[in-house]
Design a protein around this ligand. Structure first.
Ligand code: NAX
Ligand code: K
Length: 582
């Protein structure tokens, strides 16, 4: 995983490096400007040779300072360069002022409203970086053509091709922590953006959230050569884990944690299907079983040893006709589920996809969360049992027919791992009793609408206009939701955020080189819920299961490509696993 930084964290790293004498602010600015020029040439190698024209828009702070460095270096490279300033040269901070003066030795600085992009090959946006604290009125010069350059040159009135736009650190309108545009009262709502964003040391959290990925084009990170000291103690590392936001990446397996490879957990004993867990997916009435079957298929493909669909007895025939490797049993209501769960080998549940929201389903959620009591075994066989299932009705659990222990927030023996998605989330939002029963081995997987139903006050904060930076972000919202729910929350989207109640947080991005817009297809969320349940069954901790499943979900979509439908996602997993060397 890569650590993403907030603006404050980046500033602290920079200031520590300056304070300990490792580097000066001026040298950092020089490295930053040089890095931007190298990134431009790496992105468009044809610009390396020949004479081109750049327009550099500098702002009132150190982002503007970087812009002056870029202007000087491009001019030294032989380019024609014009520089325009937004702000007052007299008020530039010291390092930016030095670079302003250096540039003034080579060329003019115009007023930003006079900027003219005609015949420009590259426009450099160095107006604001991580220091943007409130919205700014986009100068009229940027008003008309600028944002259309980004739309394939639409409305471009210049004589040659429209210029490439390069944002230094981040597109100037955007808040670096939330990726949101900071609003102004300006009536014309132009949208700045870039073909290439060049940031420093590490990506910022905001690069992966909200408007930033679509606005920023491609993202390159320039190494400033700053050494960040390793944390010595385990405690310090734990604290840091809770403060930073990570970007989910290709999973790295270690010998201690569970692996995607089906390893024998006890080297001396033979492995069998129960070694890899048993996931139970509860599904809905006849005609609504597709979503549950998709989730089940996902859980099985990702490696759960056994997967069972638990459906209403009247849906057994339909499901039996559609399932082979996935097992099936009738689960009429919460009482039946409580008894089924006496079998402690069933270690992960998935509720929500196509479940429905009636009395039966509310009872199932209650039982899954340990709220339902297990009735004495019925004779003759209970009304809800049926289907084909090789599991004993009664588990070997010592509790026998006694009520299952009431499981509070992560307490009690055997609080099962439970994924709650779709209809189950809506039921949680309607029932404080169910919500209060969530515990630390639960995973909630809301999309934006479900999130707003579950956490209306948090969603309202996220939807309120972003006026000041740092603005309230999807990361803030998901962390707050996870702390309130007492469990892992995976807030879906192309910028999926996963947070644990202890503050750990990660973003699984389907942007930049991982963009897979075809993943927005009916049933894809059901498969994700199944992936998580399957990994939970395999013994993954809830946060790791959610991050790994989300990453694999996008990877399956990328591997399959356009034309993908939800059924393809589980079937693509073997190919993805092979590519990973699993
Ligand atoms: N932090 C680092 O490690 C480095 C930072 N560098 C550059 O420095 C940038 C940060 O510089 P600054 O902290 O000076 O911040 P910016 O240059 O982003 O913003 C300048 C200042 O403008 C003011 N401001 C904020 N919003 C405004 C608005 N709407 N209207 C008018 N003024 C507004 C603020 O006082 C802010 O500090 C980075 O984005 C990066 O480009 C690089 O030079 C090298 C290393
Ligand atoms: K910028």
């Amino acid at each position: 995983m890569t650590e993403l930084l907030t603006a404050a964290q980046m500033r602290a790293i920079e200031q520590a490096a300056i304070a300990n004498g490792e580097v000066t602010g001026l040298e950092l600015m020089e490295r930053a400007g040089r890095g931007v020029v190298e990134a431009i040439f790496a992105e468009w190698p044809e610009l390396r040779a020949g004479t081109f024209r750049a327009v550099v828009l500098c702002g009132p702070g150190n982002n503007g300072g970087d812009g002056f460095v870029v202007a000087r270096l491009l001019k030294e490279w032989g380019w024609g360069v014009e520089v325009f300033l937004y702000g007052d040269a007299e008020k530039l901070p010291p390092d930016a002022r030095v670079n302003y003066e250096r540039w003034r030795g080579m060329g003019e600085v115009g007023w930003i409203r006079a900027a003219d992009f005609n015949r420009a090959d590259v426009v450099v946006d160095a107006i604001f970086g991580i220091g943007l604290s409130r919205g700014f009125e986009i100068p009229a010069a940027l008003n008309h053509e600028y944002h259309h350059f980004l739309r394939d040159g639409l409305w471009w009135t210049g004589e040659t091709r429209p210029p490439y736009i390069v944002a230094i650190d981040i597109t100037s309108e955007l808040d670096a922590d939330s990726g949101r545009r900071l609003e102004t009262s300006q009536e014309w709502g132009g949208e700045m953006g870039a073909h290439l964003t060049v940031t420093f040391h590490a990506p910022k959290v905001g690069h992966y959230l909200d408007s930033a990925p679509a606005a920023g084009g491609r993202l390159r990170v320039v190494d400033l050569g700053i050494d960040v000291p390793e944390l010595d103690s385990w405690d310090e590392r734990q604290v840091r884990q809770r403060q930073i936001v990570q970007r989910v990446e290709r999973p790295e397996w270690n010998i201690w944690g569970p692996s995607l490879t089906k390893r024998n957990p006890e080297p001396s004993a033979p492995a069998h299907k129960f070694s890899h867990g048993h996931a139970l997916v509860l599904s809905g009435p006849p005609g609504h079983g597709g979503a549950g079957r998709l989730a089940a298929r996902g859980a099985l493909r990702i490696g759960a040893g056994l997967v069972t669909v638990g459906c209403p007895p009247e849906a057994v025939a339909e499901n039996a006709a559609r399932l082979d490797a996935v097992m099936l049993r009738g689960v009429a209501d919460g009482e039946v589920l409580a008894r089924v769960l006496e079998d402690r080998r069933i270690n992960a549940l998935c509720l929500g996809p196509g479940l429905g929201m009636g009395e039966r389903e509310a009872g199932l959620v209650a039982a899954a969360l340990g709220l339902a009591e297990c009735p004495p075994p019925p004779t003759p066989p209970h009304k809800g049992e049926g289907g084909r299932d090789d599991l004993p009705t009664r588990g070997t659990d010592a509790s026998g027919g006694l009520p299952l222990p009431l499981v509070g927030r992560g307490q009690g023996r055997g609080a099962r791992a439970v994924v709650l998605d779709a209809d189950a989330l809506t039921m949680l939002s309607r029932s404080p009793e169910l919500f209060d029963a969530l515990h630390k081995t639960c995973v909630l997987t809301p999309h934006a609408g479900e999130f707003a139903r579950l956490f209306p006050d948090i969603a309202a904060k996220l939807e309120a206009p972003a006026v000041r930076g740092p603005a309230y972000s999807k990361v803030d919202a998901t962390r707050e939701a996870a702390a309130r729910a007492g469990c892992v929350v995976l807030f879906k989207g192309p910028d999926t955020v996963i947070a644990a109640p202890d503050g750990r947080c990660a973003i699984n991005s389907a942007h930049y080189d991982r963009a897979a817009p075809w993943l927005a297809t009916a049933g894809s969320g059901d498969v994700l819920a199944g992936f998580i349940a399957g990994l939970l069954a395999r013994g993954f901790a809830p946060f790791d299961a959610a991050c790994t499943a989300a990453w694999l979900h996008v990877e399956c979509a990328r591997s399959f490509g356009p034309g993908l439908i939800a059924e393809d996602l589980p079937e693509e997993l073997p190919k993805v696993f092979r590519a990973l060397g699993v």
